[in-house]
Design a protein around this ligand. Sequence first.
Ligand code: NAD
Ligand code: MLT
Ligand code: K
Ligand code: MN
Length: 353
Amino acid sequence: MKHLKVASIPGDGIGTEVVEAATNILKAVSDIHGGLSFEFTDFPWSCQYYLEHGAMMPEDGMERLSQFDGVFLGAVGDPNLVPDHVSLWGLLIKIRREFEQSINLRPAKVMKGIRSPLLNPKDFDIMVVRENSEGEYSAIGGTMNKGEDEIAIQNAVFSRKATERAMHFAFDLAKKRSGRVTSATKSNGIVYSMPFWDRVFEDVAKSYPEVKTDSQHIDALAAFFVTQPERFDVIVASNLFGDILTDVGAAIMGSIGIAPAANINVSGKYPSMFEPVHGSAPDIAGKGVANPIGQIWTAKMMLDHFGEEELGRVLLDTVESVTSDGFLTRDIGGKHSTKDVTDEIIARLKAKA
Ligand SMILES: NC(=O)c1ccc[n+]([C@@H]2O[C@H](COP(=O)([O-])OP(=O)(O)OC[C@H]3O[C@@H](n4cnc5c(N)ncnc54)[C@H](O)[C@@H]3O)[C@@H](O)[C@H]2O)c1
Ligand SMILES: O=C(O)C[C@@H](O)C(=O)O
Ligand SMILES: [K+]
Ligand SMILES: [Mn+2]
């Protein structure tokens, strides 16, 4: 019997709704398997928690999380309660950093039964490898002066170690896929970090002669995602470029509500964290209409991570059978609730048990 201990952090807004849905799905999945069980432990860390305790998690929060095999997170952020940079850096980004989750893996592909906003989408299947530990997301800088003389300085950090690590991850992944890596750059405008990024990319590429490479400026790449997404396989991008590109990837799939993500600790020293691309969606929170597929597909990425790829495939196939039969939430043109879609997926999983 394989027993997996998962720390569950639903977080804010629709995070609580979609995590509940995906947790029920994982319970159904383990019934199919027979030899796999999940033990979920809930942590109420959120903006509400911050108002009560003055922090997004308790002081021993990271130590407690380190006891688990994985972290399953919904979304963080409620700007009416806590400024976004405080809530994200106190929970989501804190976990990414302190658990050395240096890679954020984010797929975008054509999903059966979900209409892409593209007029004629070819069969695209992209994997974005987002550098997840540094880059434009740094706490180095400051503000000075007041009024019209006010200045904000924000530094970006690009280390050879982290850049190479993201690129090696992308090349290794490409070898298992169609053998192409595209680097997202901006070396025409960003004068130090991006020419450095290009140099490291060229260096790393030398170790993978069998992998085809290409380099695109991020602005053009964002446009190509919309006009020719089928051109791409694996993309390696800095923290901010990867963040933006994966919202575009989500949009061309049909909705940000279906896009999954895995924050991977490559060394295995700390747990990895699984959380969808979308946020807490304050505009639809509490209405029961959030699309649970992003969180459910994220659960599939967690299954893959734990070596249960076959089960992951069964789960994603079941999701696509449900979307193909028209069980769709509002964001993808349907009328069904979070619960309708989740219950239908569970019923079909049970039929396979
Ligand atoms: N990883 C994270 O936890 C994460 C990611 C992005 C944003 N945020 C935070 O979430 C809050 C809201 O941010 P935002 O509005 O920029 O982004 P968002 O992803 O929460 O919402 C953007 C739009 O997409 C819709 N949407 C998102 N998820 C959906 C789903 N599952 N089903 C249906 N529709 C969905 C929303 O209703 C909204 O119209 C902010 O506090 C932000 O900082 C957190
Ligand atoms: O900027 C971030 O990383 C937060 C959120 O937008 C995400 O994509 O996870
Ligand atoms: K999220
Ligand atoms: Mn984002």
